[in-house]
Design a protein around this ligand. Structure first.
Ligand code: DX5
Ligand code: ZN
Length: 221
């Protein structure tokens, strides 16, 4: 089974984004995770299409965009044009989830749905065939560097069952507080795509940490 490591540039140094992205690539990152926040769905504010365009110029890696925004469909076209390869939206603010996921696919991007810790898996149960990625938030979204919420391991396990029962080959992603310990717990529970910000950027050797995180899973394989 493959392991995708998706470093989040939320924790990068924007004064040297080019160097940081080159470092992530050299360390073996699989995707670049870009956290878009609007100050409404989550308290924090981050980036828009301009930064996605900049990242697109800096790397050929897939750009995995996590939309923590209300009315995410307002940004699909611009973000796809800017070079996003995946767009992940929150059902909590996407009442027409089926249509919204279909639109993301139409734009040629992987269609993802992301669940807050308090949101039940039922929120995506009817749209599993429309999903290329299911993200289980392992912190409440809004900030990097938060503590992993332990009961989410069981939610990942149930999400894996949901995908497998439906014969889905969607990625099962986790995001928030992923480190050498929690990556193993969530990998064992069935996750295969791991977002990490603080664990990589605050490590003594950020480039080496990507391989170290991956190795934690491979040791279990
Ligand atoms: C949280 C974001 C995450 C965040 C993860 O709202 O969705 O992607 O950057 O950061 P860490 O790994 O530091 O918890
Ligand atoms: Zn994220």
């Amino acid at each position: 089974m493959s392991v995708v490591i998706a470093p989040s540039i939320l924790s990068a140094d924007f004064a040297k984004l080019g160097d940081d992205i080159a470092m992530l690539e050299a360390g073996g990152a699989d995707w670049i995770h870009v956290d878009v926040m609007d100050g409404r769905f989550v308290p924090n504010l981050t980036f828009g299409a301009k930064v996605i365009e900049t990242v697109r110029r800096l790397t050929t890696l897939p750009i995995d965009v996590h939309l923590m925004v209300v009315e995410p469909e307002r940004y699909f076209d611009d973000f796809a044009a800017a070079g996003a390869t995946g767009l992940t939206i929150h059902p909590e603010v996407s009442p027409h989830l089926h249509r919204q996921l279909a639109r993301i696919r139409e734009l040629g991007c992987l269609a993802g749905a992301s669940l807050n810790p308090s949101t039940s898996l039922d929120a995506v149960a009817e749209v599993v065939p429309e999903l290329d990625l299911l993200l289980i938030m392992t912190v409440n979204p809004g900030y990097g560097g938060q503590k992993f919420i332990d009961p989410m391991v069981d939610k990942v396990r149930r999400a894996r069952e949901l995908l497998d029962r439906a014969g889905s080959d969607a990625w099962l992603q986790v995001d928030g507080g992923i480190n050498r310990k929690t990556i193993v717990e969530t990998w064992r529970a069935g996750a295969d795509s791991f977002v990490a910000g603080n664990a990589i950027f605050a490590a003594a050797d950020p480039q080496g940490e990507i391989g170290a995180l991956r190795a934690q899973c491979m040791e279990q394989a």
